[in-house]
Design a protein around this ligand. Structure first.
Ligand SMILES: C[S@@+](CC[C@H](N)C(=O)[O-])C[C@H]1O[C@@H](n2cnc3c(N)ncnc32)[C@H](O)[C@@H]1O
Length: 280
């Protein structure tokens, strides 16, 4: 048997142990990228084989707490794919503006750059006061960074370019205070944000919302888990609620494709139909 095939067995046993001992369910993550991350995890802790980590995982709680953040990929940026934020501004927010309350679920928010981007967008469109953004992730370390809202000033240069491409009406620096190489996001942006741990693989409906933004998360899941999560999104959206996915993710060919209309496939914007199949 090749080493790579032995690693495959190691990954399966490792994720089974993680699930049965700690309840974190990585069993339906896309195999190739999960294997890379589990291998890297073993290397970073000095283990020769993936399977060597299993006893630690079963008996050492501290070890487990380091595992989940390392398996998650909290890579993100402000106004990532600016054209998507531009499309949200032009095609979605004017419709949401007709609602008295706007609830938005940002699933897989990582360290929060996307959440602050959305808050800025809502502020500039005059909607933030009646909006609430529920930002969730499985990675507690990332969530706590998101809640702090402090980002490296070094990255803010690129983020400013993104902001302008996303139709920004001011200067991004109007929304943060710079000090000691860091940018602290304006307190007023945080007022209507709620951060919480939520696991898309195992937890149920988070709340009923007008829009869900879940970008660059489904790519880590296999087809079965993608469909399960998309059904969760369908059930969490009000009728005619919006869904925004990442540019390598699509509703096409999914189990719920009939339940949505496509608003803009290029920017992965979808809208739940007025009446879902199966409803009276
Ligand atoms: C690449 S980041 C995407 C961040 C942001 N949405 C963006 O597009 O810039 C993927 C995030 O998904 C989170 N994630 C992975 N599996 C998850 C799960 N089962 N439930 C909730 N979040 C998950 C990871 O912790 C990570 O923060």
């Amino acid at each position: 048997m090749k080493d790579s095939e032995i690693d495959d067995i190691g990954v399966d046993l490792f994720v089974e142990a993680l699930y049965r001992r700690h309840g974190y369910d990585f069993r339906n993550y896309a195999k190739a990228s999960l294997k890379r991350r589990v291998r890297e995890l073993a290397r970073s802790f000095g283990f020769d084989h993936i399977s060597d980590m299993i006893p630690r995982l079963l008996h050492d709680l501290d070890f487990m707490e380091q595992v989940v953040p390392k398996l998650s990929v909290p890579v993100t940026e402000m106004f990532r794919d600016p054209a998507v934020f531009f499309a949200l501004r032009r095609q979605v927010l004017p419709i949401l503006a007709s609602y008295p309350r706007i609830n938005i679920w940002q699933a897989g928010c990582a360290t929060g750059e996307e959440v602050y981007s959305l808050a800025i967008l809502l502020k500039e469109e005059g909607l933030y006061d009646r909006a609430r953004i529920y930002a969730t992730d499985i990675n507690d370390q990332a969530l706590s960074k998101a809640e702090d809202g402090v980002f490296s000033l070094h990255n803010l240069k690129d983020f400013s370019v993104n902001y302008l491409k996303a139709g920004g009406q001011r200067s991004l620096s109007d929304y943060y205070h710079a000090a000691y190489g860091h940018a602290r996001m304006d307190q007023s942006l945080k007022e209507n944000m709620v951060f919480a741990r939520h696991n898309l693989a195992s937890d149920g409906i988070f709340c009923e919302v007008n829009m869900i933004i879940c970008r660059n998360v489904l790519i880590y899941f296999d087809r079965i888990l993608q469909n399960k999560v998309l059904k969760l999104f369908l059930d969490s959206l009000v009728r005619q609620g919006f869904l925004c996915l990442g540019h390598r993710e699509t509703l096409q060919f999914s189990d719920v494709s009939q339940e949505f209309i496509t608003v803009d496939e290029d920017h992965r914007l979808y809208r739940k139909t007025l009446r879902s199949v199966g409803e009276p």
